[in-house]
Design a protein around this ligand. Structure first.
Ligand code: LLP
Length: 429
């Protein structure tokens, strides 16, 4: 067995493996398109964050999995077993987290426009934290909590005016011009804090920010921590928790430089320790929310190649049996991926192709991608597809979504079953 990267290898037959299992055999057993995930890799990724926090942060801390990256029942079980909390961004994610066995006290609820129904559900379930995105929401939380006769544990999502530098503009969230967060620089954050303290049914626990996704540079985090801790120092009330959000980058292409989890965590922990000392504040409870970095490299998507269209002097389109319905990220952000032919993984990548999907739209999964010589009927794998692929999948063209097969200790299990045409039409009256 040769090592390719993370949970991927090549076996004696020259086949790609994931979690030690032969990818062509799995494709034969479960069909394509197919997401295959390695549970051990997810656990390794969780531990990279928890062990770095334990090493570098002397105060109380939590790592919360940002489950918008990939949400289904088993993933909540796995991250809970790894002692992570989870962040949810909708009633549907909250429902799935509870179904997967995440206890309410492990759940943080985010969103810029949570509905009345979702807030009521979260409050009744008595989850760990509701992160309020504005004053109107604070008032609603206060009203519902008072009606239910409970106290909501709330933190405020602030916008520190700092955002990821190389991040796609659609994914820059920490800046002033964003629907997310209550701006510090306009004074709105201070006003919201005072409101939160004056409202019944609310216990203000801390402040939160999320700066963008992915963020490659440490300074974005350390700058934001300076702003957030200065706000804490001037708040006039004790705020026990600082949640600095997610955004930790992952490697999508061979040779791409990204920081390991431990470097992000040690720099964040150091910045918080130093800012606490500077402002004479006790160490806050520190929370981070990695999503992508927990799941991206634990998954591949396996397709079958169908038609190949060569346009001499222009490009070669290779079409597969999936597309933007299982991975919209190239169409949305120009996101690039590495590809490989699982049945001939050791051959050199002597061809360059443009990878097209099967939808009725000029949709691509990537342009100018190096690959082994490819022909119709071959299996083709796209690597590192764990984050924001299945979770952003759709039924465009009424294409059923692929299943997620999980590898655990040399065995496979279906974590999410394949959708059928019946499933796709099930809501039609
Ligand atoms: N915390 C909060 C409040 C967030 O909004 C997000 C992501 C995260 C944590 C996790 O960020 P991560 O560690 O995964 O970078 N669909 C886009 C990404 C959207 C991210 C939204 N929020 C993509 O495909 O790249």
């Amino acid at each position: 067995m040769r090592f390719v990267s993370d949970c991927l290898g090549v076996n004696d037959a020259g086949h790609l493996t994931i979690g030690g299992m032969d990818v062509p055999s799995l494709a034969k057993e479960f069909g394509t398109p197919l997401y295959i995930m390695d549970e051990a890799q997810i656990r390794t990724n969780c531990r990279a964050f928890t062990s770095a926090m334990a090493e570098h942060y002397p105060g109380k801390w939590s790592v919360a999995y940002a489950s918008k990256a990939l949400a289904f029942a088993h993933i909540y079980r796995i991250v809970h077993e790894e002692r992570l909390l989870t962040d949810v961004a909708s009633g549907g994610e909250l429902f799935t987290a509870l179904k997967g066995g995440m206890p309410p006290e492990g759940i943080i609820f985010h969103g810029n426009n949570k509905t009345e129904e979702e807030l009521r559900y979260a409050l009744k379930t008595n989850i760990h934290r509701i992160v309020a995105n504005g004053t109107e929401e604070l008032e609603r939380i206060s009203r519902i909590a008072s009606e239910l006769g409970i106290t909501a544990k709330v933190s405020l999502r602030l916008s520190p005016g700092v955002t990821g530098k190389a991040t796609h503009t659609a994914l820059q969230t920490g800046k002033l011009d964003s629907k997310f967060g209550i701006p510090i620089e306009t004074g709105a954050a201070q006003a919201a804090l005072e409101l939160a303290c004056s409202l019944g049914g609310i216990k203000l626990e801390g402040i939160h920010c999320h700066l963008g996704s992915p963020i490659f540079e440490i300074e974005t985090y350390t700058d934001a921590i300076d702003h957030m801790m200065a706000f804490m120092a001037e708040a006039g009330v004790p705020l026990k928790e600082l949640n600095i959000g997610g955004g930790y980058a992952v490697r999508y292409l061979p040779g791409q430089e990204v920081l390991p989890a431990s470097e992000y965590v040690s720099a964040i922990a150091k910045a918080v320790r130093e800012a606490s000392a500077r402002h004479h504040l006790p160490l806050p409870e520190l929370v981070i929310e990695p999503g992508r970095a927990i799941v991206a490299n634990a998954c591949i998507t396996v397709y079958t190649v169908g038609s190949i269209k060569e346009i001499p002097g222009v490009r070669t389109y290779v079409s597969v049996d999936g597309g933007l319905t299982d991975n919209p990220r190239y169409m949305l952000y120009g996101a690039e991926y590495d590809i490989i032919l699982p049945e001939r993984a050791l051959e050199s990548k002597s061809e360059t192709i443009t990878l097209a999907g099967r939808c009725c739209e000029c949709e691509l999964l990537g342009k100018d991608m190096p690959i082994q010589p490819v022909k119709p009927g071959d299996l083709l794998a796209v690597l590192n597809t764990g984050a924001y692929n299945y979770s952003m999948a759709s039924n465009y063209n009424r294409v059923p979504r692929p299943p997620i097969v999980m590898i655990s200790q040399g065995k496979s299990y279906i974590a999410v079953r394949r959708e059928t045409w019946e499933d796709v039409a099930r809501l039609d009256q």
